[in-house]
Write a new protein. Sequence first.
Length: 625
Amino acid sequence: MQLRSVGDPQISPDSRWIAYTLSTPQAQGKPPLSKVWRVPVSGSATSTALSSVDTANDEHPRWSADGRQLMFLSTRPLPNNATRRDNLAKTQVWQQTDGTAPQPMTRSVGEVSGFSLSPDAQQIAYLALDPATAQATADAQAKRDAVETETPTRFVRVWIRDLRTGQTRVLTPPGLQVHDVAWSPDGSQLALRVSNGTTLNDYWYASHVQLLPLQDVNLGTVLESHASALPLQWSPDGKRLLYGQLGLHGIVANIIVEQLDGHRRVVLGQDWPGTLWLARWQNNSTLIGQGLQGVRGVFLSISAESGCWTQLAQQQVPYQAFTTAHNGDIAYIGLRDAQPAEIWTLRAGKSAQRSDSNPQVASWAHGQVRELAWNSSRDGLPITGLLVSPPGWKAGTPLPTLVQIHGGPAAAWTSGWLGSWHDWAQLLSTHGYAVLLPNPRGSEGQGTAFAEMARHDWGSADFQDVLDGVDMLEREGVIDPTRLAIGGWSYGGYLSAWAVTQSARFKTAIVGAGVIDIGAMALTTDIPDYLPGYFGDPVSNRAEYDAHSPIRYIDNVHVPVLILHGQADRRVPTSQGDMLYRGLKMHGTRVEQVTYPRGPHWFFETEHGADVQDRVLGWLDQNLR
């Protein structure tokens, strides 16, 4: 399934255009190539790409306040070979005005990763990595390159460039990593999300929101010391700031609106029985929220004063991406059961598709998607999920079935397109398989308390929730119990490995980047604050970590297991897969392990993704047919 992917939809303030990114898979191990496209909101014309260089990567489109300028990040060459001559960074901010050829807005020595235009469009604040010093470059060339763990020497800092004079100055001090910047509507200050370290763990778990007044350029008030990665957004009048706040255990996040005069906080949609992903300002008093309830996406109208909500529309919107125009029009990414992600609009309560990036999919056979609900036998808790069955299949003939577990565990299967290197349902359904996609406790879509139910309980009640879904489909005659498999990626790999240590119902398991020894992963992952949110301190609570780890019960496995893992995975280190492979091998259990050079936790190389799909299908054909 070599499909193009849309992303980052940005509707212009005047609701004339939607700019978005379109990523195309590349061959020979190259990452997907992104370009900026735009399409009329009215649907009066088809999408067109901004002029670009074939090999350049264009992303992060943003409109100016008046909608005349479209800015974006690009790796295209600067005019007159300025990059090479002046030792400038490859990634810069570019702009296109009223259809003219794009022009560079920055001349940064350090790589640019984000930006915010001043309200009067005369200055741009941008985020740029400190360039390597001459000494560091010389040391690297001489192989004097020992690295002190978590001791950064280069930071992303905020710079301002005056677009009239070309003068540039740095605003933030050394030793402070800046993740996000947003210019206030009155132009007097910047809102920043920052951390003291530069690791991925700092990005997700150790950042704070702080104001930077421009008149004295000294960091000001800290608004939130436990921030999430939600983009910072000022209200149109500049009196309120929207930001994300990590929950107590770092599993879920709240969306906060803070009244800056008096620092009064409002938590948006706190009583909504779903998971609120994102919010955007519609006006000074109202926001549009996007989230998941059960398996379906929902748009909400939310009061900035009280946080109370009303539902606007239910959509197939599993992606956390939408923007709003001044008149209330919404541009978002939408999916359908038989169509991958495309750009859609919601105008006056009516949805319309505005892009068609993969027209070939219309001629494909597609599995039938059915939404499911059942109650846990553990405590009666309502559980949701999806069933994808072969095209044209009718009840009465039990099917070989894969139970595919999502990652997270704070994630969810959502109604819509289910075909990619890690979403196997459409692929398998067109080859005669049923695929059950459960959202057990610990998933998103049923509120904060539901998402946090997996704390101290991986492999227990969540696993029973999955088995109850299997039981329901067995009673309906959908599943052939003699041809039942389980598989998944990340947490999905964990629960798949756990399943075959605890139950004889599954005839095989596919473990993709699975957690096998939870305690060992807690001490080796690149996000060390992740697992303590579920199990506490990994040293003092080691017995609890062990009790929930599949490696401790490996002698219970008597069915074949396929292990898939990226060799460059720092999230769930490859040693986790190695443990499972070696343990099963020593006990005489049939096991195959496939590792992918350069492969991180989430694959981007086209060849790797295709190989995963081929092996999953081949393994099931070998063991369930």
